[in-house]
Design a protein around this ligand. Structure first.
Ligand SMILES: Nc1ncnc2c1ncn2[C@@H]1O[C@H](COP(=O)(O)OP(=O)(O)OP(=O)(O)O)[C@@H](O)[C@H]1O
Ligand SMILES: [Mg+2]
Length: 320
């Protein structure tokens, strides 16, 4: 039996906002239940604002949940701050969209990589740290390593810096990685290289990964399973190939229809219109109902539960 590395139960994260003088809540992450197995790449897919980053930040303890439980490596991590817990930080690493935001602009690249190794007691002496950093840089085809390591972040390209941020995380040998849109800011020509680097390390360390993206092609290429989110709610969870070959939820179908391999006729059939909704004190019923081509009366009244449909598959729709 595969073991779970992460379990999320009834997780909620609401943000208070003022709308016409009244306090309301953006229900950014609303009652999510899922688990991730050791070594698994688990995708989180959905349009802008559906709660992907919020979910990643709460799991990584950069933000706090409203309620719910998160269990990581058999420890309950919800309800606690891990701000300066180096043991936790070493085990769970996060890679962000913009690499320039995750480096100190005034610190040499070499120092930026070495510091977390030092704090987390990876290699006890400076000499062996240098060796490992240079070796890993060479493996990532970031050469000549010495020249790149003695520069500042702004003296590197986005692709180079993102590779370095991946290296910096991987040198800590994390058990779990959260990658939040880690290639969406980069030039198309370097994306595949950066993704492959991430996958090489992930495989080598057998780390599990929460892979956040709005791009269905990237998600199905990389992930073992995919969770589709819409306005803070899970619409469907399935293995990647099922998501692509046989999407069940009307929202997943719409996302799949954006994929370049889908025929024109199918694109037309599943296309959705309208804007993504922001879940501010959302009305009852299915959050996707206002844009769903299949919606009936019941969808606006009753929220569909996420139900098991076959092996390794769940969907939340009255008509699936
Ligand atoms: N600090 C905050 N205060 C108020 N609302 C917030 C805050 N952070 C996020 N939100 C809201 O929560 C919802 C989810 O935001 P989130 O950033 O998680 O979405 P996302 O799926 O990562 O989007 P994107 O694809 O654009 O990165 C949005 O409606 C957003 O406006
Ligand atoms: Mg985001």
């Amino acid at each position: 039996m595969d073991k779970n590395i992460l379990e999320v139960k009834n997780l909620k994260k609401y943000f208070p906002v003022r709308k016409m003088g009244k306090k309301q809540y953006v229900k950014a992450v609303d009652d999510l239940n899922f688990s991730i197995r050791e070594g698994e790449i688990f995708g989180v897919l959905g349009e802008s604002g559906c709660g992907k980053s919020t979910l990643g930040r709460v799991i990584n303890r950069l933000d706090f949940e409203q309620s719910g439980d998160i269990t990581f490596l058999n420890n309950v991590i919800s309800g606690k701050s891990y701000k300066s817990d180096k043991n936790f930080r070493k085990k769970m690493q996060m890679i962000f969209q913009n690499p320039y935001d995750s480096f100190d602009p005034k610190m040499l690249i070499y120092k930026s990589i070495e510091l977390p190794m030092k704090i987390n007691d990876v290699n006890s002496d400076a000499g062996s740290r240098i060796n490992e950093i240079v070796e890993t840089m060479n493996k990532a085809k970031l050469t000549p390593a010495e020249s790149l390591l003695t520069r500042y972040p702004h003296e590197l390209s986005g692709g180079q810096l993102q590779r370095i941020s991946i290296i910096r995380s991987m040198l800590l040998k994390p058990k779990f990685i959260i990658a939040d849109e880690c290639v969406s800011m980069l030039d198309v020509s370097v994306r595949a290289g950066v993704l492959n680097l991430l996958l090489t390390f992930q495989e080598e360390l057998n780390s599990a990964m929460l892979f956040i993206t709005h791009d269905i092609s990237v998600a199905t290429y990389i992930c073992n399973r995919i969770m589709v989110l819409y306005a803070g709610k899970i619409m469907e969870i399935a293995e990647s190939k099922d998501i692509l070959d046989n999407p069940l939820h009307p929202y997943t179908r719409a996302l799949v229809s954006y994929s370049p391999i889908i025929s024109k006729e199918e694109k037309k059939r599943f296309r959705i219109t309208g804007e993504v909704v922001t879940p501010i004190d959302p009305p009852p019923g299915c959050r996707f109902a206002s844009r769903c081509p299949m919606a009936k009366d019941i969808c606006k009244k009753e929220e569909p539960i996420l139900k098991e449909i076959g092996k390794n598959r769940k969907a939340a729709c009255h008509f699936v």
